[in-house]
Design a protein around this ligand. Structure first.
Ligand code: SF4
Length: 177
């Protein structure tokens, strides 16, 4: 996990907080939880799995059914829970592994983190963790660690399936010419 490059170097004690009511279906949630837990254990870091009822995610999608507003609300929901937890436990700061993804709207996530830092009165630890993405991904493959192939929610799962089908159809028409 790319965040560990930074925490190791700076001697920061990172605690894993797993709150993902967006992840669908339950076996995907389990896979991601298992491997995240494994990575934290490997780093000898504490891992906390927070209750993640799907209703909390579907409540926001009933208000914001379409991306990008849906995604912004999803990041806000997950980051707010993280910031609240960090504040309650008197940690120095909170951050998010979303900052490591080249597939997410990095600037928007940064802005949400900064907004929540003010709202919750706790520091937001910002770094552009994307610089570690390639290496972390390669390491995960070497370790046989599960790598997700869609963002997480049922909507992103369907989008991914549609993309795959489109590509496969394109390939078939090239072959049959
Ligand atoms: S696509 Fe990703 S960020 Fe957007 S709502 Fe779904 S899980 Fe959340």
């Amino acid at each position: 996990m790319s965040v560990f490059h930074e925490t190791r170097k700076k001697n920061i004690r990172a605690i894993g907080f797993f709150y993902n009511p967006n992840i669908h279906p339950s076996n995907e949630f389990k896979k991601r939880e298992t491997y995240t837990k494994y990575l934290f254990k490997k780093e000898k870091s504490l891992f906390i799995r927070h209750r993640s009822p799907a209703e909390e995610f579907f409540l926001i999608t009933s208000i914001f059914p379409e991306a990008p507003a849906r995604c912004e609300a999803c990041w806000m929901l997950r980051l707010r829970k993280t910031a609240e937890f960090a504040k309650k436990k008197r940690f120095n700061a909170f951050t998010t592994t979303l900052l490591a993804s080249p597939y997410q709207n990095h600037e928007k996530i940064k802005a949400i983190g900064e907004y929540l830092a003010k709202e919750q009165e706790i520091d937001f630890y910002y770094r552009d963790f994307r610089v570690f993405f390639k290496e972390a991904h390669a390491q995960a493959r070497r370790d046989g660690v599960y790598c997700q192939n869609y963002c997480g929610c049922v909507f992103s799962m369907i989008e991914r399936e549609e993309e795959k089908n489109k590509k496969a159809a394109g390939h078939r028409s090239q072959v049959t010419g």
